[in-house]
Design a protein around this ligand. Sequence first.
Ligand code: FEO
Length: 399
Amino acid sequence: MPPVQIKDNIYCVGAVDWDIRNFHGYSTERGTTYNNFLIVDDKVALFDTVKRPFQSEMLHNIRRIIDPAKIDYLIVNHLELDHSGSLPETVEAVKPEKIFCSTKGKEAMLEHFHRDDWPIEAVKSGDELSLGKRTVQFIETRMLHWPDSMFSYIKEDRLLISSDAFGQHWATTERFDDEVDEHELLRHAAKYFANILLPYSPLILKLIDAVTEMGLEIDMIACDHGLIWRKNPGKIIEAYAKWSKQEPAKKAVIIYDTMWSSTQTMAKAICDGLQQEGVGVKMANLEYTHRSDVLTELLDAKAIIVGSPTLNNGMLPTVADILTYIKGLRPANRIGAAFGSYGWSGEAVKNITLALEGMNIEVVDPGVKVKYVPDHEGLRPCVELGKKIGAAINESIQA
Ligand code: FEO
């Protein structure tokens, strides 16, 4: 990706990763980008770096604008290695006067790179750094996405450099929101939120309130992944506020795996019952649906219904995987139930129910088990389960 000027003398100098398909368990089927930003002012500042394999590409981009040795300051908004991986090579090329990061960032930088000879200076929320015509204001954003994370706000340009927040894993040659399909952009942003930021929803709401109170004028959000928001940055802030509130819609997701199709047949009967109650349903067969796509569907779903046949006195490994993944992402205000076929022991439904309870999902039914292969009568309890969950969804949404 060539450097792209995003404001006067402010450039995106990062790289596109077309090939990445797995981002610690998140399916990045459309790749991603590592955006970082260069401001050329009386003082020259580089905000974040890129993942290490892309360091040459980033330094080449910088050289197309300015000699890297002329960079005065490195500003490290986030230490995760997709942004800081090229820091050692960058420090070597730049020999910065200062490296600014948060207090937690300083700890993390030393724990990652073990270079106490670097000129690291910790900053805190509200601290300002003058670059000449521009001022950088630092805003700590702990846990968005790591304890060290922070935003850099450029007052004079009304530009928020937002690190991981507001990003999307989507590799494109376009760099701005108005250059791509808005629906697709928001779908990628929703997937990113559901799979990375959902556990931190309460913190995001507080941050949005704090930023509103600070009265920051924002006419561009330059995030470290995906497209930069310049057409309507308020749109993604509104979406974050909505997703963070975790007020799901009249929708259920039926997540299941199946051995000899019995559990799948049950899933379809449950879907039938939900439809009879006027509830929208997404079916997620784990053989074909990646865990990160399941989470995208869960983002606005009130009910999480999980099915597995019993295998060796437990559930199928794919179902254990998705339950572990969902638990870590801490969806709130959800209801759920379990179902599954069995041959002789039949522990899967009980174990799934316990797992749902363990993640504070309100279990509205003890669950439905069917021995071996359900016939028409055997499917009746499944339809009834769907109707019962549908009624509970309708009641909770109206309440
Ligand atoms: Fe894109 Fe938390 O790193």
